[in-house]
Design a protein around this ligand. Sequence first.
Ligand SMILES: Cc1cc2nc3c(=O)[nH]c(=O)nc-3n(C[C@H](O)[C@H](O)[C@H](O)COP(=O)(O)OP(=O)(O)OC[C@H]3O[C@@H](n4cnc5c(N)ncnc54)[C@H](O)[C@@H]3O)c2cc1C
Length: 495
Amino acid sequence: MTYDVIISGAGPCGLMLACELRLRGVNVLVVERLAEPDMTIKAGAINIPTAEAFYRRGLLPHLTAAQEESLSMFRSTLPKNAGKVRTPPKFAGHFAALWLDSENFDHDDPAFHGRGPAGEIGFVVQQQVEAILGAWANDLGVEIRRGVTLTGFDADDAGVTVHAGDQVFRGDWLVGCDGGRSTVRKLAGFDFPGTDPEITGHQAIVTMAGHEGLSRGWNTTPTGIYAFGPQPGRILTVEFDGPPVDRDAEITVEELENSIRAVSGVDVRITGIQSATRFTDNARQANTYRIGRVLVAGDAAHVHSPFGGQGLNLSVGDAMNLGWKLAATINGWAPETLLDTYTTERHPLGEWVLDWTRAQIALMRLDGHARALRKVIKEVIATKDATTYFAKKISGVWHHYDLPGDHPLIGRSASDLALADGTALADHLHDGRGLLLDLGDLPSHAVVPADRLNVVSTKCADEPDLPGLLVRPDGVVAWAGGDGLDGALRTWFGA
Ligand SMILES: Cc1cc2nc3c(=O)[nH]c(=O)nc-3n(C[C@H](O)[C@H](O)[C@H](O)COP(=O)(O)OP(=O)(O)OC[C@H]3O[C@@H](n4cnc5c(N)ncnc54)[C@H](O)[C@@H]3O)c2cc1C
């Protein structure tokens, strides 16, 4: 059986990538080790670039419904006198367990502008993300084989032969979206340098007794860190006694009970486990994301601790960046260097996330020096400027790529412009093609085949000085005025 692309792993990264490829007509197979979707508690929220990606593919109603479901569950856990929970703030987050006051940031900072309805979404958990992507993949006709584990492959100049036990599949490309302990990454020989782990973390949803003494939110104690809530029964612990001895061992009631007691000092008795996971702070990144016809994306390309809530978002972002470039390569029109820009654009963001999580580990350590530094950072974080800085980082609105061109919008996520014809910019990105938006003053330019680019002519009252915009399929601005439109069309769309 021959496919254009074989993807190993149906986590958020593999599913998003499969959908992006299928959207542009690519014949894709996903093999997934697990027979059923993983319901383990992991990411509790998404950032704005992830919400934008879903919005741009017409999936906003699903995100909105998922957020409402999360919020109503959250509301049901609040004491009766807690008042009404309004729509979630533009960001919610912490840095090294120092909670950020979402009311204390500068809403007028331009980085938060132009996000459209995606800017109102955040409180969507990982299982909901995977359910939405799974349903989308199904609608698009993506072939997903569950209960099939990639065990080996042979790559040559023309493609890759994938082995899954005694099953054999042939693909022109193989993408490892198979998580932090990626088989594809290891077998392909990607270098994976980084720093060693020093913590053992647990996150779980449990039933328990004697937990009245636990404080809600993030807490620092003399023996570690713990978080309690917002989901009913959710606990998270961090102990600085080295990495877990066995990451794969079943997590027991006794292990969780010992951990929460050790870090909180509260005599909690755990009576049942609904979902539990261990994590650590191994921080490593592949130094290239492609070797010949084999690529890695998501956790397969970078691992780090979950502090700061970036991993799921990074995985979705990798898939959005890679999907259209690989599709263009397969569909035969990609400019020669297009696929290489996947590594050059995404590697720096991954590198930032690794450092962002390392800095938090350093600040959470139990020694006197870290405690002293923590006091300083706690005071700094409480200022409006610092809260705004952290809010921009955590929400992802600062993301940009270093692309050719001088205009300040180039390399940034396109604003969701309200257009005179009643549509919004995101409405024109649903089919995974790029967008050339003519706002009335577009210079003459080369013609690009319609399978690569939608051309829309309209007006935008909010941007009277903008002649037009060239937007890549991943929503990133490639040109926004002045010279260089033809160059940008050539660079990104092979005009
Ligand atoms: C406790 C915890 C809390 C977290 N909190 C957050 C958060 O708040 N925000 C955030 O953004 N991120 C968070 N993360 C990180 C996030 O969960 C991951 O970054 C995300 O799941 C990565 O997605 P992925 O698709 O790259 O990999 P995965 O989700 O790991 O998916 C990989 C898939 O590949 C499959 N697979 C593996 N090997 C094979 C094989 N050989 N053959 C076939 N299939 C295979 C696996 O079964 C799996 O389904 C958290 C993680 C943890 C553990």
